[in-house]
Design a protein around this ligand. Structure first.
Ligand SMILES: Nc1ncnc2c1ncn2[C@@H]1O[C@H](COP(=O)(O)OP(=O)(O)O)[C@@H](O)[C@H]1O
Ligand SMILES: [Mg+2]
Length: 425
């Protein structure tokens, strides 16, 4: 029984020609069609820009290249560790330098395998071992396939050493967000591969961490076998962020970005610890807002709105996994803060009263005051709320006062994104 090729539905199309469907119109003569983005992909999160667009990291690129340079002559490279806050160009530089090293080596007759692993996604030893092994394996040269499942890290390593021996002179393995790994044995395995005679191939590891404390957490055994060179990437200042965005200005059509958009975005992101990712995201979102409004240019107002959107997003991320009850509490605290601009901090019972109203209004279960107290303490631990002990004057007990760390506006917007709280809006 052969089925007809499936269609989503048998709707009777009112448009003779599907290209006339106004819902998906590409018609540029359309008065509502505004030309904002010329090459939006330049502003995508995972986009790896070409050399000419990388600015302000020349000395880091040079220094890391020096560690990998021996590869080009067929000698062993040094291992590298890159630390720095988010958005300081670590992933970008690691990939960029690796790719250049690989090409230079290849043109010198040295075959180099290169893999990039995001350990935030592959956070166990088995997953990392599998990703590295499967991406380096070249069936044409090794003659075997690597199973996707059913074997453990030990077996993946056995395959890996064999692949490295048969197919490559050298390999560079980038372990990005290495602090997210649940144990550091993989660093041990990779750094000892050669000395323990497991693989003849020269292996270089570039480990990248957003957390500088990771250095102290690393096991001494790992450190002494990795013997890595360390680099710390400093946050960008407003001028560097500006340069980075200027080099992607062609993501927009000419004349779309009005005068102060780029400097303003740079200033905003510089306050935010100099995060280039944030800068690019805000710029992209400002463009999307302009597009949605069908205006012809992106202005400062769009940037400010985009910044707020980014903050709401980040706060929502922080709240991810929080229960709706926690959101009721934060919502109530935000209302109290909003209604009492002169008050700096609220007692648990005051928050509790407001919370009861909120929960009742929406017909939700009302938790006990003690439970609310515990949840507030949890939020303080997570950095959403700040709790300080006050009072305790003569004859009085001291008590905790809670305040929101984030802007009330941002908290309200994030919390109200939860569909169960929609009725409060
Ligand atoms: N020096 C730079 N020049 C151009 N773009 C950069 C630079 N540094 C970072 N970026 C861009 O900013 C974003 C974040 O950089 P990334 O390397 O992912 O940061 P990190 O890994 O340190 O968190 C990426 O889109 C990247 O292309
Ligand atoms: Mg990164």
């Amino acid at each position: 029984m052969a089925d007809e090729p499936s269609q989503l539905s048998d709707f009777d199309d009112r448009f003779e020609d599907p290209a006339d469907d106004p819902l998906f119109s590409l018609d540029e003569g359309d008065p509502n069609h505004t030309k904002i983005f010329a090459r939006k992909e330049l502003l995508k999160v995972g986009h790896v820009p070409e050399s000419a667009r990388i600015v302000g990291r020349d000395s880091e690129i040079e220094a890391i290249a020096a560690e990998l340079r021996p590869i080009v002559r067929g000698d062993p490279p040094n291992n590298v560790m890159i630390y720095g806050k988010t958005g300081t160009g670590k992933s970008l530089v690691a990939r960029h330098v690796t790719e250049r090293a690989r090409r230079a080596a290849e043109s010198n007759g040295v075959s180099v395998g290169a893999v990039y692993v995001d350990c935030a996604q592959h956070n166990t030893q088995t997953r990392v071992a599998r990703t590295v092994t499967r991406s380096l394996n070249d069936t044409a040269r090794t003659g075997f396939d690597i199973p996707r499942a059913g074997i453990g890290s030990g077996e993946y390593y056995d395959y890996l050493w064999e692949i490295l021996d048969t197919a490559y002179d050298s390999a560079i393995i980038i372990l990005d967000e290495v602090d997210r790994l649940d144990d550091d044995d993989i660093l041990m395995q990779l750094s000892r591969a050669r000395e323990s005679g497991k693989a003849d191939c020269h292996l270089g590891v570039i480990a990248v961490s957003n957390k500088i404390e990771y250095r102290d957490r690393l096991n001494e055994r790992v450190k002494s076998s990795l013997r890595e060179e360390e680099f710390v990437f400093q946050p960008y200042d407003a001028n560097q962020l500006r340069e980075i965005m200027e080099h992607r200005r062609d993501a927009f059509y000419d004349g779309v970005l009005t005068g102060d958009v780029v400097p303003l975005t740079a200033a905003v992101a510089a306050q935010e610890h100099g995060d280039a990712r944030k800068a690019i995201e805000i710029l992209r979102h400002a463009g999307e807002l302009a597009e949605r409004e069908s205006t012809e240019t992106v202005n400062e107002e769009h940037v400010r709105d985009a910044q707020e959107w980014a903050e709401v997003d980040r706060f929502e991320e922080l709240l991810r996994g929080s229960t709706t009850q926690v959101k009721f509490i934060l919502y109530s605290l935000a209302l109290l803060t909003h209604e009492n601009p002169a008050t700096d901090g609220f007692s648990t019972s005051r928050i509790y009263n407001r919370y009861k109203q909120t929960a009742q209004q929406i017909g939700a279960t009302v938790l006990s005051e003690h439970r609310i107290y515990e949840l507030l303490k949890e939020q303080a631990f997570l950095g959403v709320v700040e709790s300080t002990r006050t009072g305790g004057g003569r004859g009085q007990g001291s008590y905790l006062e809670h305040r929101l760390i984030q802007d009330t506006e941002i908290v309200l917007k994030s919390v109200l994104r939860d569909s169960q709280l929609e009725d409060l809006a």
